[in-house]
Design a protein around this ligand. Structure first.
Ligand SMILES: [Zn+2]
Length: 490
C-alpha cells in the first residue's frame, strides 16, 4: 500500500469512526506544517477509529511487574487484530530487534526471509493461523500505520527456526562459500516433576528462558487466549508471535507445556509445517500427552527442535518428548522428574539429529546444568513446590568448577560474564545472553489458569547495557537494540 492509499484508508476510518476533522470537505492543506499537522491528526484519528472496532471489545491489556498481559478472544481473525492492535508499539520494536539479529547472524537480507516465509512456510500454515497472522497485520496497521505485511510477520514468527535451522541446512545444500557458522540455539533450563518428587504429589513445572538479552528483554508478554475453537491458553510470549516460542504454557483442559532446545541439532524439512504453528496448535488443541505428541509430529519440519516437557494435571502424568527430525522418543511417568538444559539423551536422536553433541563433556553448558539439575532435584525430592522451583531457576552453582559463580554453566545463565562463551551454540566470549525471565506453576494453579512469572534474571541480578557495550565493543552492532534488564521482584 502506498502513502496516498494509506491516507485515503485512514480518512475512511476517520469517517467510519465518526470523528469530525477540520479538513473535511476543504481539500488539501496549503503548507508543509499544515501537512505535518494533518498527518498527526490522521494518526490520532486512525487510532481512535481503530479503537472503536468491534473486534477489540472482548480484548484487554494491562502492564504489571515488567510484564504486559493481553487477553485475546474470539475467532482467529479477531484475535489477530486484537494482538496487532494492543501490542502494536511492542511488535514494531520487537520486529526491529529480531530482524536485525536474523540478518546479522545469517548474512542474508530481509527479502530472503520474506521469500522463505511466503514460499515455504505460508502454504502449510493452517487456515485459522493464516487468519490470525493476517489479523495481526491489520490490527498493527490500524493502530500505527505500520508498513509491515503478512510476509514480514510470518518470517518474524519463525525467528527461532529460519536463521538457525533453515539457513544452515540451505547453506549446506547450496554449498554456500564462506557460510557463517550457524548453530541451533541453546534455550532454557526447565523441569517438570510429579508424584513422590513434589510436596503435594501433583505436578510442578518451571522454566527459565535463555536467549540473547537483546530479544529476551522483549519476551515479556503474558498471553491469555480464549479461542473460538480449542482450549483456553495462558502462556508467556513475544509481541507479534502466535506461539509462546520460549515455551511455557498451560491450557484449560489440563495440559502443561515447556521445553528446552536440543544443542547442536542439524536438519530441516522444507516441506514440513513451521514449528511455531505446530507448537501453538498443540497447546490449543491437545488435551493429553498423546494428542500433544501427535500434533507436534504432524508435518514436523525439524525447526526449533526441542525436548518437550509435558504434564497432564488430570492424570498427574508427566512426559518428555525428544523431538528430533529423523528420530524422536517419548518418556512418561506418574512418579518422577524430567529436567532439560539443552541436551538430547536418546542415542538415536543423538546419532541422527545432533551428531556433533558430546554428552560426556562435563564443562559444556548443557551438561554442567544437567548435572546441577540432577543434584538439586534429588536434594529436594518430596519438597518441590512453586516457591522452591522459582529459587532453583535462579541457581548459580557451576558443577564443572564446583563453585558458586553466575556464568554460562549455571541454571540461571549469565554468559556475558563468561570468557568462554558457549561454543556449541556459537555464542562468543561474553555474549550478551542467558536467562532472561522465569516462570513456574503447579497443578492447582494451572487449574485456575495461573502462573508465576518474573522478568529479568531469575536470581534478581541486573544486566546493564551501557557498561557492557563499553567493555565489549565487539557487540556494538547490538547497541540500537540492547537494553538494560533490571531484575524485578518475584
Ligand atoms: Zn542469575
Amino acid at each position: 500500500m502506498n502513502d496516498s492509499m494509506r491516507r485515503a484508508a485512514a480518512i475512511l476510518l476517520v469517517i467510519l469512526g465518526g470523528a469530525s476533522l477540520w479538513w473535511a470537505g476543504n481539500g488539501a492543506p496549503a503548507s508543509a506544517s499544515a501537512n505535518d499537522a494533518m498527518v498527526a491528526t490522521i494518526a490520532a484519528a486512525r487510532e481512535r477509529a481503530a479503537a472503536n472496532d468491534a473486534r477489540l471489545k472482548p480484548a484487554s491489556r494491562f502492564d504489571e511487574g515488567g510484564w504486559i498481559y493481553v487477553h485475546l478472544e474470539g475467532d482467529p481473525g479477531a484475535m489477530g487484530y486484537q494482538h496487532g492492535y494492543l501490542l502494536a508499539p511492542e511488535i514494531e520494536d520487537g520486529f526491529a530487534a529480531v530482524s536485525a539479529g536474523m540478518m546479522h547472524a545469517t548474512e542474508r537480507n530481509w527479502e530472503f526471509f520474506r521469500k522463505a516465509a511466503h514460499e515455504m512456510l505460508w502454504p502449510k500454515i493452517d487456515a485459522e493461523y493464516q487468519q490470525e497472522l493476517q489479523g495481526i497485520v491489520e490490527g498493527l496497521r490500524a493502530r500505527t500505520g505500520s508498513k509491515l505485511d503478512v510476509d514480514d510477520i510470518v518470517a518474524f514468527n519463525a525467528f527461532e527456526e529460519l536463521p538457525d535451522y533453515y539457513v544452515p541446512w540451505l547453506n549446506k545444500q547450496q554449498k554456500t562459500a564462506k557460510a557463517p557458522n550457524l548453530k541451533s540455539p541453546g534455550n532454557c533450563s526447565a523441569f517438570v516433576a510429579t508424584g513422590s518428587w513434589t510436596k503435594d504429589g501433583q505436578i510442578v513445572m518451571a522454566h527459565n528462558n535463555w536467549t540473547s538479552y537483546r530479544n529476551g528483554e522483549r519476551w515479556r508478554i503474558v498471553f491469555d487466549i480464549a479461542p473460538k475453537s480449542g482450549y483456553r491458553i495462558l502462556m508467556d510470549g513475544f509481541p507479534g508471535v502466535i506461539a509462546s516460542d520460549d515455551d511455557f504454557g498451560i491450557n484449560s483442559d489440563g495440559l502443561m507445556v515447556t521445553e528446552t532446545t536440543i544443542t547442536q541439532f542439524e536438519g530441516w524439512d522444507p516441506n514440513g509445517k513451521g514449528e511455531f504453528v505446530r507448537a501453538r496448535k498443540a497447546l490449543q488443541y491437545a488435551g493429553s500427552i498423546d494428542e500433544y505428541t501427535k500434533i507436534m509430529l504432524d508435518g514436523n519440519n525439524g525447526g526449533y527442535a526441542n525436548d518437550w516437557l509435558l504434564g497432564d494435571r488430570k492424570t498427574g502424568e508427566i512426559a518428555q518428548l525428544e523431538l528430533g527430525l529423523k528420530a524422536h522418543k517419548l518418556w512418561r511417568t506418574k512418579d518422577g522428574v524430567l529436567a532439560g538444559s539443552n541436551w538430547a539423551r536418546d542415542p538415536k536422536v543423538l546419532k541422527e539429529d545432533a551428531p556433533q553433541f558430546d554428552p560426556n563433556n562435563k564443562e559444556s553448558s548443557p551438561n554442567a546444568r544437567r548435572a546441577r539439575w540432577d543434584e538439586l532435584l534429588k536434594e529436594n525430592k518430596g519438597k518441590i513446590d512453586v516457591a522452591l522451583a522459582e529459587k532453583m531457576l535462579g541457581d548459580h552453582s557451576d558443577t564443572a568448577q564446583e563453585k558458586e559463580e553466575a556464568n554460562e554453566r549455571t541454571l540461571c545463565g549469565h554468559v556475558d560474564g563468561s570468557a568462554r562463551g558457549v561454543k556449541e551454540w556459537d555464542w562468543q566470549p561474553y555474549y550478551p545472553g542467558g536467562a532472561v525471565q522465569g516462570k513456574a506453576t503447579d497443578a492447582t494453579m494451572a487449574k485456575e489458569m495461573r502462573i508465576m512469572a518474573r522478568m529479568g534474571h531469575p536470581c534478581g541480578g541486573d544486566f546493564l547495557a551501557k557498561p557492557f557495550l563499553a567493555a565489549h565493543p565487539e557487540y556494538a552492532w547490538q547497541e540500537p537494540y540492547l537494553r538494560d534488564m533490571k531484575a524485578r521482584a518475584g
